[in-house]
Ligand binder design. Sequence first.
Ligand SMILES: [Fe+2]
Ligand SMILES: [Fe+2]
Length: 157
Amino acid sequence: MIKDKSIIYNDEVYMNIVKDIIDNEMVQQMKQYRQHFNVSCFDHCLYVSYNLYLLCKKYKLDYVSAARAGLVHDLFLYDWRKRQEGRKGLHAYTHARTAYENAKKIFNLNKKEKDIILKHMWPVTLAFPKYKETFLMTYVDKYFAYSERKIAGDLKK
Ligand SMILES: [Fe+2]
Ligand SMILES: [Fe+2]
C-alpha cells in the first residue's frame, strides 16, 4: 500500500481523475480534521482513494469511480471524537451517509460511487456491498484505519 504523497501527486493519470475533487473547498477543509491518530481526514481519504484506484486498475475494475468515491468516502466536517449538539447517532454508523450527502453536492455520483461511499463501513453497517469495487473499498479503508496508527508513530520520530 502506498502512503507516499509525492508518488500520489506525481501520478498524472490519477490526478486527472480526481483533480476537480481535490480542488473543491469542502474537500480541502478535511485537512483541518483528524481522522485516525495524527492523520487528517484529507490524507486518509487520499491514501484510500489512491490505493483503491491501484487495486481496481490491477483487477480491471472501474478505477475511475473507485478513485473519486474513495476521495470523499469520509467527507464529514467535524471532530468525531467530540460530542456535538445536533449530531445524532454513533459516528461509525452515520458518517457514511453524511459523506454521501456532502459528496453529492459537489459532483454527480454514479451508482457505483454511491455504493462505495454509503457502504464503506460494511460489515459495521449492514447494507451489503453491491459491487466488487465496494468490497475492495471496505478492505482498503480498514487497512488504513489500522496502519495510520503506524504513520502517526513515524511522524513523531
Ligand atoms: Fe469511514
Ligand atoms: Fe475511511
